[in-house]
Design a protein around this ligand. Structure first.
Ligand code: NDP
Length: 322
């Protein structure tokens, strides 16, 4: 099969399209012919070495397609099933393995592109809005990078739960997309001080929760946007990792809560996975949650796709098509 391989850490060009042996399913594994691959920022971290993995490797964890073989002990997934997962071992490929309990069926009416676009960023938006800080009517939230992959979905889900949504984006074009996704207000955070703007918009009350995927550039100021006992959910680091923090700062700024969550812990059981994926895919199917596909790129174009994601030139989801 053809797959993207990384033999050394570095920039986008270290990702090379190669021919490698087809994987074969061991006990509990399912082999899927991948029809659409979801690109995610975490693959930048593995490629550059910020997150560690052994070399060489095939990047990617999200994808969707059709089951072509199952390993011993797999009874509830069969050849021909249409499935999606955020837990493939190397999804930048024509074939990929996942554990059977890490797969969900793609509902009728949706295709592999929907599945690959919705799983990882959709379930991330879901756990942030329903579990990290369960939003309720009247809550105010701040969503950084509101026109990004997670951002556009999180704006929609926060609105659906009745919250007032303040988004941040770097450009007016992105702001317009965030407004379409339900943001009540959008702050151009590279042009104005977003703390001052949050104060102004909320009449000084500030917000209940900040969903911060930007990290280094926003983290400390995000704390200043919170009302006493508010929650900062730092779930990413698109601008770089955050420095260590003295917990006393949380006291001084209003008995704040800080969490650094990751999706894996919020879909740790098969039941949680089926619940979150079921809601997200169900909302996509009934069109109450809109996926925005920024671009579809062949595997050979993966380097340019990474450059666009890192260069803030994407909005919504980037798909690779094997
Ligand atoms: P996005 O589509 O949000 O892309 C990143 C966005 O971040 C950019 O478009 C840009 O928006 C903004 N940004 C701000 N500063 C920078 C910078 N210096 N360089 C690049 N981008 C910048 O990506 P995703 O939705 O895929 O992921 C967002 C973040 O969330 C990532 O850090 C990712 O790792 C994390 N994540 C975490 C998960 C978890 O469970 N913890 C799960 C999924 C994602 P703008 O131009 O508007 O500023």
């Amino acid at each position: 099969m053809r797959a993207i391989r990384v033999h050394e850490l570095g920039g986008p060009d270290v990702m090379r399209l190669e021919t490698v042996a087809d994987p074969s399913p061991g006990p509990g594994d399912v082999l899927v012919r991948i029809e659409a691959i979801g690109l995610n920022f975490i693959e930048v971290y593995f490629r550059t070495g910020l997150y560690k993995t052994a070399l060489p490797f095939t990047p990617g964890s999200e994808g969707a397609g059709t089951v072509v073989a199952v390993g011993a002990g797999v009874n509830d997934v069969a050849v021909g099933d249409r499935v999606a997962s955020q837990n493939f071992t190397g999804s930048y490929a024509e074939l990929a393995l996942a554990k059977a309990d890490r797969l969900v069926r793609i509902p009728d009416g949706l295709n592999a592109k929907d599945g690959a676009a919705a799983m990882l960023q959709g379930m991330t938006a879901h756990y942030l809005a329903t579990s990290v800080h369960p939003l309720k009517r009247g809550d105010r939230c701040l969503v950084h990078a509101a026109a990004g992959g997670v951002g556009l979905l999180l704006c929609q889900i926060a609105k659906r739960l009745g919250a007032t949504v303040i988004g941040t984006t770097s450009t007016e074009e992105k702001a317009e997309l965030a407004r379409h996704a339900g943001a009540d207000e959008v702050i151009l955070y590279s042009q104005v001080d977003f703390v001052e703007e949050v104060r102004r918009i909320t009449g000084g009350a500030k917000v209940d929760v900040v969903y911060d995927s930007v990290g280094l550039a926003t983290f400390l100021k995000s704390l200043d946007c919170l009302k006493p006992r508010g929650m900062l959910a730092l779930f990413g680091q698109s601008s770089g990792p955050v420095a260590p923090l003295d917990p006393g700062v949380l006291n001084q700024k209003g008995s704040l809560f800080l969490t650094r969550p990751t999706l894996a812990h919020y879909v740790a059981t098969h039941e949680d996975l089926v619940w979150r994926a079921g809601e997200i895919l169900g909302w996509v199917r009934d069109r109450s949650l809109k996926l925005r596909i920024d671009r579809e790129v062949p595997l050979a174009g993966v380097a340019e796709a990474h450059r666009a994601l890192e260069g803030r030139r994407t909005t919504g989801k980037v798909l690779l098509i094997p």
